[in-house]
Design a protein around this ligand. Structure first.
Ligand code: SAH
Ligand code: SF4
Length: 355
């Protein structure tokens, strides 16, 4: 059956970097400063419709509107958590696949959790996105648009995006080029100028991606989804561990820390009796001892196709205390937005999308 789509041939304006935009304007016989005006309109004024570019001649606005799309997404559903601190959007893409974007408001931070793919090919057993399989890579512009969307929402109350984590749908290092292009575009000094240090990439542990990222010496933060400290258990939760086992992964992490002198974060979703005992914590401590790192633990968010249960508050604390006694800094992350299926992939699953 053919998929019903809203696809057009017009490029999405967020898919272009500044030199590419300038090339369009040059082809149209327009001066380069016009391209810069459009760039600033998109990334500083946050305009998302050609009519808003009132600093351009009308003829040029019309040309822009014929040449480019200024939106790829339709907001399918928006959910607010009961404490109003978390908001989640289910976006529908032009080809009808879905992604999720989350805004978290804690203290003065305005953190976005964005997607890099629709679905995911990595198949982690407890993850709702993994359970739906891979749909497709997002383009750099589709990654950018998630940030611009919430930048506009926040600007309405004089607020700004302070942090962006690539922890929504998808494996960022399975869509490496588009993710880095999106970060570069949002980081551009003549545009949004969102510093690299404000971004965090979370990976399931794709070693070629980690090595490439290390060589680029970016200021972007790196988080590794560990969840187990021995190969047998890790491979049963994260199938990618078969190809990229722990010894090689830890070596890549050490090399990253040595090359960049940046602290690495390890993520650990606590699953009752599977990986949440003090014995598991000691095993983890042994694995990461001596490395410049930090462990983030979070209680498992139960999903439809995985029978594992969440940990208890007591066990989470005991896990953290065991790590800290071994000299490994650990933070228990709260399960925010649990009442709005804020675990990645859960809203799309519930809405019957990406089936
Ligand atoms: N693909 C990347 C980033 C997206 S997932 C990665 O795996 O790192 C972001 C984080 O959410 C990962 O640490 C992932 O293991 C975790 N996660 C996925 N499903 C979860 C669930 N049901 N409960 C708790 N954490 C989950
Ligand atoms: Fe993909 Fe990350 Fe989910 Fe694993 S945890 S299936 S890598 S999104």
């Amino acid at each position: 059956m053919m998929r019903k789509t809203n696809e057009t041939n017009q490029p999405l304006i967020f898919d272009l970097d500044l030199p590419e935009l300038e090339a369009f304007f040059a082809e149209w016989g327009e001066p380069a400063f016009r391209a810069k005006q459009v760039w600033q309109g998109v990334y500083q004024q946050l305009w998302n419709s050609p009519e808003q570019f009132t600093n351009l001649p009308k003829s040029l606005r019309e040309r822009l509107s014929k040449a480019f799309r200024f939106n790829a997404f339709t907001a399918e559903r928006t959910l607010q958590s009961s404490d109003q601190q978390t908001e989640k959007i289910l976006f529908r893409l032009p080809d009808n696949y879905a992604i999720e974007t989350v805004l978290m408001k804690y203290d003065i931070r305005r953190t976005l959790c964005i997607s890099s793919q629709s679905g995911c090919a990595m198949g982690c057993v407890f993850c709702a996105t993994g359970q739906m399989g891979f749909k497709r890579n997002l383009t750099s512009g589709e990654i950018v648009e998630q940030v611009l969307h919430y930048a506009r929402v926040l600007a309405a109350s004089d607020e700004r995006v302070t942090n962006v984590v690539l922890m929504g749908m998808g494996e960022p290092f399975h869509n490496y080029a588009a993710v880095m292009q999106a970060i570069d575009r949002l980081n551009h000094p003549q545009g949004m100028n969102l510093g690299e240090r404000r971004f965090t990439i979370s990976t399931v542990g794709l070693i070629p991606g980690i090595r490439k990222f290390t060589a680029e010496k970016r200021q972007v933060n790196l988080a590794i989804s560990l969840h187990a400290a021995n190969n047998e258990l890790r491979a049963s939760l994260l199938p990618s561990n078969v190809r990229y086992p722990l010894e090689d992964l830890m070596q890549a992490c050490k090399d990253y820390v040595d090359a960049t002198r940046r602290r690495i974060t390890f993520e650990w979703a606590l699953i009752q009796d599977v990986n949440d005992t003090t014995q598991h914590a000691r095993e983890l401590a042994g694995l990461v001892r001596g490395m410049l790192c930090h462990v983030n633990v979070i209680a498992l968010n139960p999903t439809k196709k995985y029978s594992g249960k969440s940990t208890t508050r007591e066990r989470a604390k005991a896990f953290r205390d065991t790590l800290e006694k071994a000299g490994i800094p650990c933070t228990i992350r709260l399960r925010r937005g649990i009442d709005i299926q804020a675990g990645c992939g859960q809203l799309a699953t519930e809405a019957g999308l990406n089936q």
